[in-house]
Structures are given as structure tokens and as C-alpha cells.
Ligand binder design. Structure first.
Ligand code: 13P
Ligand code: SF4
Length: 359
């Protein structure tokens, strides 16, 4: 019997063997036969529908390794949505990501397997809020984290992600000829950017419900228990968490760090699926906790991805005028050159607190 067969037909076992290689140890032999069938069904439906699956790094390993045509961070997924030639995009991620894809590819059908897959950051602010902020700070550029709804993007000058926030803020300040920018809605991302630039930051009190729960005590406990471990944290974490970590970066930057540097022991201060997914791609690295689950990302499953392609549900649309205004902001970000690679491993340059103006 081939490794990973578990009662599957020889053909299905052969077809799914490369995925099994990556996920064994992460899914149980009891779950695998059903997952293998769904993976095969989804991959056939993709061809039939001329569809691609854009999967965020927080997807579970069987989605990440089994059906994602492109896997990556928010920036990578947005870039891929803009250049994909497929007729249909299935967003294996949350709703704001599907809206971003639709904004960038209005001619494509964009589907999300579960419409309830939201985000605490995206729901923290509305387009009307941004209009009021602009009235209060006339002449300042509005930089908006990509984790926002389309109506917020429509009020935005340029979007950013955690991979390029410092670069975008500095670009906007220079372009507008000002020494302050509005960076919304993630308070912690704003504080972390403020610690790395001389540009003044006006921030909003939005939080990621997954990353805000990590504390400096968590890091201190990890250091005491695993003195040799390298600690990587996402910039949506509180600033004292980043200050105590060895590296901060977007989900893709954290993966690159582990793949390139192969630390003996690593702690990923972020969503739980991250460590599981990288485990499938690197051998000899010991991943240790803690991690937190994102309930929104976890709404996406192999079953609802299959149904999404089978029944062409649930379509995500953006009103054309709103999409056009939002596109300018997202496209401006995509058109900036990628951040220099060495800097990505040295994101915590200023381990000091910088005041931001909270709206
Ligand atoms: P990145 O993948 O851009 O780092 O974003 C993390 C996140 O929380 C997305 O919801
Ligand atoms: Fe939103 Fe945080 Fe979940 Fe990402 S991890 S989707 S930022 S709640």
C-alpha cells in the first residue's frame, strides 16, 4: 500500500500522495481519506470552471498544501488577483480579501466559500468614519491597511499591508510633502510603524482580535522555557510584544525567515495555521507555541470550497464606482517596488515607544 493510501483507490492515493507528504503529522489517517477525495474533487472543479484558488497563509494545511494555486500574505494575494488569467477567483481567506480581488479584477467572478468570514479590523471602521477623519485632518494622506472594506478603500489615498506599511507611509509623506500621515485602522500596526519612521502617525483604535491577545509576558515565558528559540511576531501584535521578539514581519516574511534561516527552534506569534503550514515545507525546525486561532479564517473548509465551485457560491461584488475609487488606492500600493529583502529581516529597527495620535 502506498504511503497515504488508507483505503483510497490506487489512482486517488497516487494523485494525492504529494499533498499527504506535506500534511502527514498534521492531519490524522482517519481524516485523510475524506480530505483526499475533496482535494481531488476541488482540483477537477477548478479546471472545469477555469478557477484559481487564492489561499491566505492562515488556511489549514489541507487547504494550503492541497488546493491553493497561490498561497501567500495579503500583499501577495492582491498582486496575484491583479494578474490572474482565470475566469473565476475563489478566495480562501476572509471577505475583505475577496473584495480586494474584485476591485482589482472587476471582470472576474469572485467567490468566497463562506460570506461570514469577516475580520475585526475591517469591521472597526466605515467609509463615513474616514470622511470625518479627512475633515478633521485636511491635506494629510490617508493610508489604509488592506484589512478594510471596499467603502473604506474608496476613501483612501494608498493601501498598505504589514509587508510594506513603513515604505508606504514614507512614500505618502514624501508625495504629499507632509510630515504626518493618517494610518488606519490597526492601532498596533500604526504604533509599530511609528517606531520605525520619522513620519508622524495618526491612528485609529482598531485591533486584530487574534494578535491583540499576545502579551510581553507570553514572550518572557517562552524565552525562559526555550532559551535558544527565535521568536517571530506579526506587526498586528502590541508594540511590547514586537520589542521583545527577534523579528517582526508579514506572514510571508515570517515564512521566508524560517525557510531561509532554518532556526533550530522557532516561535511564531500569530495565527495557529502558520506554523502548521511551514512545517510541511521545512524539515528539522522545531515549532513551539503559543498561537491563537482566527475564527473568521477557520470558517473556510475543504467542504465549503468544494461547494463554492460546485454551485458557484457565494459571489462577492463591489459597486463599480466604489471599486474604481478603491482600485486607485490598491494599485498605487502594488505599483511601489517591493521592500528590499535584507530589510525584511530587520524590521524592528527602533525598539522604542513613539507616541501616535489616536483618533
Ligand atoms: P498578512 O498576511 O498580510 O501578514 O496579514 C495577516 C492577517 O492577519 C490577514 O488577515
Ligand atoms: Fe482579521 Fe486578525 Fe483574523 Fe486577520 S487574523 S482576518 S486581521 S481578525
Amino acid at each position: 500500500m502506498a504511503d497515504g493510501a488508507f483505503g483510497l483507490s490506487e489512482e486517488l492515493a497516487r494523485e494525492t500522495a504529494p499533498v499527504w507528504e506535506k500534511v502527514k503529522g498534521l492531519v490524522t489517517p482517519l481524516e485523510w481519506p475524506e480530505q483526499a477525495k475533496l482535494i481531488s474533487e476541488i482540483n477537477a472543479l477548478k479546471k472545469e470552471r477555469d478557477a484559481v484558488i487564492l489561499a491566505h497563509n492562515y488556511m489549514t494545511p489541507e487547504i494550503f498544501h492541497g488546493v491553493g494555486d497561490y498561497v501567500g500574505d495579503s500583499l501577495g494575494l492582491a498582486k496575484e488577483a491583479a494578474k490572474s488569467k482565470a475566469k473565476v477567483i475563489v478566495q480562501a481567506g476572509v471577505h475583505f480579501m475577496a473584495e480586494t480581488s474584485k476591485i482589482l479584477s472587476p471582470e472576474k467572478t469572485v467567490l468566497i466559500p463562506d460570506l461570514r468570514a469577516g475580520c475585526s479590523l475591517a469591521s472597526s471602521i466605515t467609509g463615513a468614519d474616514v470622511r470625518l477623519i479627512k475633515q478633521r485632518y485636511p491635506g494629510l494622506p490617508v493610508v489604509t491597511y488592506v484589512n478594510t472594506t471596499a467603502d473604506v478603500k474608496a476613501e483612501t489615498d494608498i493601501c498598505c499591508t504589514s509587508a510594506n506599511a513603513v515604505q508606504v507611509v514614507e512614500w505618502a509623506a514624501k508625495e504629499w510633502g507632509v510630515d504626518k500621515v493618517i494610518l488606519i485602522p490597526d492601532e498596533f500596526l500604526a504604533r509599530n510603524v511609528a517606531a520605525q519612521t520619522n513620519v508622524g502617525i495618526i491612528a485609529w483604535k482598531g485591533r486584530c482580535e487574534v494578535h491583540e491577545r499576545f502579551t510581553a509576558e507570553d514572550i518572557a515565558e517562552m524565552r525562559a522555557a526555550y532559551p535558544g528559540a527565535e521568536i517571530l511576531a506579526h506587526p498586528e501584535c502590541p508594540e511590547e510584544v514586537l520589542a521583545a521578539s527577534d523579528f517582526a514581519g508579514s506572514t510571508a516574511a515570517m515564512i521566508d525567515y524560517v525557510v531561509d534561516r532554518k532556526p533550530k527552534q522557532v516561535v511564531m506569534i500569530t495565527e495557529c495555521s502558520m506554523a502548521s503550514n511551514v512545517k510541511g515545507d521545512v524539515a528539522g525546525v522545531d515549532f513551539i507555541g503559543p498561537c491563537n486561532l482566527c475564527p473568521h479564517m477557520k470558517r473556510i473548509t475543504l467542504e465549503n470550497i468544494r461547494d463554492c465551485l460546485k454551485y458557484m457560491q457565494f459571489e462577492v461584488t463591489v459597486e463599480p464606482d466604489m471599486a474604481e475609487r478603491g482600485r486607485l488606492a490598491v494599485q498605487r500600493m502594488i505599483d511601489l517596488p517591493p521592500p528590499a529583502i535584507p530589510a525584511r529581516y530587520d524590521l524592528i529597527k527602533a525598539k522604542h515607544h513613539v507616541d501616535v495620535e489616536l483618533i
